[in-house]
Design a binder for this molecule. Structure first.
Ligand code: SF4
Length: 376
């Protein structure tokens, strides 16, 4: 089983913290949609005709696509792939694009999961993030989606902004619990170079992120959501038991996926490839039958690093038997020595190991300990 990711590289506005690939100029959208269809034609064998467990429209802002554009893309996918009966079809959408008409269109197309880029319930914060929606839309869009018939709704939330205090964070968590949704993705704000916030930070116009406060926010969120029945199944992701995201979980479980569109990544167990990060170059390359991606064949070290890096992010963790059978005894011994050195950060059950909540706060550092040992 595998999944398809479609990258829709357009947004109404540039959010101040965002370093994803997108353009706010939508002029070439019709041409780009044609190129997406062309890429599916060209690369449908990438997954060896696997049955699809998930289709994920991400971005950018896929909710900027019309009914007809989404229909053409889904139709093209259906030409080549068999859909699993329980297929998850996710559309990332922004609150300002959620209307009665758009919701009904998405349902008609078979989209059965919405991932709403809600981010905050605070108007000042939304303005500072340069989002295209306001707090009222954050609150109302979920009710609209539920009324229309969506039964699997996820929201994105950002923590770590200068607007948040202990009290506002606790009330944000209360508000989100009252929405009665099935899934939450919560991201720690990072200030990347080249973003509006990154530039402001460089000029001293923005304070740096307070990591200790972020750690407190993360732990509070994890406590409150798990007390309310959510499973904290990946560092940034919480789902009710039957609503663990299929598409993203398959990334972390290292299942193959095909990524379509500018900047999209693909993985087929032996290599990774990534498409050019420019809408114009992507369109031109496909038109002129020129290469539009780079490819890296994965060495055993790469595969091990990815296994550890993705596994440690999740509640399922990593498994010593799998490490032995996939990578051999040398890797097994390295892992055992790291586990002994950092035993307070791991939950170990038989041959499985995963991170404790406090271990998750330093997941990247712990993963790099495994990589360090392999390099040496
Ligand atoms: S809407 Fe999403 S992808 Fe677009 S700029 Fe904002 S955060 Fe980035």
């Amino acid at each position: 089983m595998s999944g398809i990711y479609i990258h829709i590289p357009y947004c109404k506005k540039a959010c101040s913290y965002c370093d994803f690939h997108f353009s706010t100029n939508l002029n070439n959208k019709p041409e780009l949609v044609k190129s997406l269809l062309q890429e599916i034609d060209l690369r449908h064998n990438y997954l060896n005709n696997n049955t699809l467990q998930s289709v994920y429209f991400g971005g950018g802002t896929p909710s900027l696509l019309s009914f007809d554009e989404l229909f053409q893309i889904l139709n093209k996918i259906k030409q080549y792939f068999k859909f699993d009966n329980a297929i998850e079809i996710t559309l990332e959408c922004n609150p300002d694009d959620i209307t009665e008409e758009s919701l009904n269109n998405w349902l008609k197309l078979g989209i059965n999961r919405l991932s709403v880029g809600l981010q905050s319930f605070n108007n000042d914060e939304l303005l500072w993030m340069n989002r295209a929606h306001n707090a009222e839309q954050s609150l109302n869009c979920i009710e609209f989606a539920k009324k229309a018939g969506f039964k699997n709704i996820s929201i994105d939330l950002i923590y770590g902004s200068k607007f948040q205090t202990e009290n506002t964070w606790l009330s944000t968590i209360d508000t989100l619990l009252k929405l009665n949704i099935q899934h939450v993705s919560a991201y720690n704000l990072t200030i990347e170079n080249g973003t509006l916030l990154g530039n402001a930070l460089k000029k001293g116009k923005e304070p740096p992120i307070n990591d200790d406060f972020c750690a407190w926010q993360f732990e509070k969120l994890s406590d409150k959501l798990t007390n309310d029945g959510f499973v904290h199944y990946e560092i940034s992701n919480f789902g009710l038991p039957n609503f663990i995201a299929v598409h993203n979980s398959n990334y972390w479980k290292q299942k193959p996926y095909l990524g379509i569109g500018p900047s999209a990544h693909s993985y087929n167990l032996d290599s990774r490839q990534w498409n050019v990060k420019s809408n114009a170059n992507y369109i031109q390359s496909l038109k002129n039958k020129k290469p539009f991606f780079e490819i890296e064949t994965l060495s055993i070290e790469n595969k091990f690093n990815e296994y550890i890096f993705t596994g440690l992010r999740t509640i399922w963790g990593c498994n010593l038997n799998d490490i032995n059978s996939q990578f051999g005894e040398k890797y097994l011994d390295y892992c055992k020595s790291v586990l002994t050195k950092h035993k307070e950060s791991f939950i170990q059950k038989e041959n499985n190991f995963s991170l404790t909540t406090s271990g998750r706060l330093i997941a990247d550092k712990l993963a790099s300990e495994f990589f360090y040992l392999i390099k040496n």
